[in-house]
Design a binder for this molecule. Structure first.
Ligand SMILES: Cc1cc2nc3c(=O)[nH]c(=O)nc-3n(C[C@H](O)[C@H](O)[C@H](O)COP(=O)(O)O)c2cc1C
Length: 204
């Protein structure tokens, strides 16, 4: 919409897009045997990285496990209920956060010295990185759906084991895992309810 000289972005995306990203998108645990090209993971990342983060710090890091060998390294850390769904997924993403994300701030937020806010303040580093890194994980889920993939996020795993196996130097730490691929819709349970606006929101 153009008001005078101002262009105002108040257009809604199409119903089809809303269905794909939200209304019809489900959490998948069974996967079709259709591979996921790395190019598609790159496309999803390139969209997800545009989502906002504190001081543009972009603390999330992504490790994509594609081969059975890479997956096997993860399996001992998983809760038993998550093993089969992870084995059969074409890709499993480890969504991690970088404990030294602030070292890239001179590049990502060049107009102010934000790096020195964080140096030597581990509590602020963790709070900032975990909050923005979790948001980036959510942006990634929506981006993956936008490029046609299905997701199966998981927090049922032993973080210490994942960190020891994949991040032994301690610089990156796991936040959550996310299976990726093309879900088998025939294996879905009926959708569970969500809270209504009146239950979950207040307008003050
Ligand atoms: C952070 C997070 C952790 C989750 N952990 C697990 C898990 O460990 N195992 C699992 O089977 N599902 C897990 N789920 C899936 C949720 O149960 C699922 O997303 C939720 O019930 C909504 O399902 P729907 O998207 O099909 O409506 C997790 C989801 C999220 C976002």
């Amino acid at each position: 919409m153009v008001m005078g000289k101002l262009e105002i972005h108040d257009d809604k995306v199409s119903d089809q897009t809303l269905n794909q990203l939200f209304r019809e998108a489900r959490t998948h645990t069974a996967w079709l045997p259709k591979p996921v090209p790395v190019e598609l993971l790159r496309e999803a990342y390139d969209l997800a990285r545009m989502g906002p983060t504190s001081a543009n710090g972009s603390p999330a890091r992504f490790v994509f496990l594609k081969t059975p060998e890479a997956k096997n390294r993860l399996l001992p850390a998983l809760a038993p209920l998550n093993v089969d769904k992870t084995k059969s997924a074409p890709v499993t993403a480890i969504i991690a956060w970088d404990t030294e994300f602030y070292e890239v701030l001179p590049k990502l937020f060049p107009h102010a010295d934000m790096r020195s806010f964080f140096v030597g303040n581990p509590a602020l580093i963790e709070e900032t990185a975990f909050r923005s890194g979790s948001l980036q994980g959510a942006y990634f889920i929506l981006a993956a759906r936008a490029v046609g993939l299905d997701c199966g996020p998981m927090s049922g795993f032993d973080a210490a084991k994942v960190n020891a196996e994949f991040f032994p130097d301690g610089k990156w730490k796991v936040n959550f895992l996310c299976n990726l691929g093309y879900g088998d819709k025939s294996k879905l349970f009926p959708r569970n309810p969500r809270l209504d606006f009146e239950e979950a929101c207040r307008v003050l």
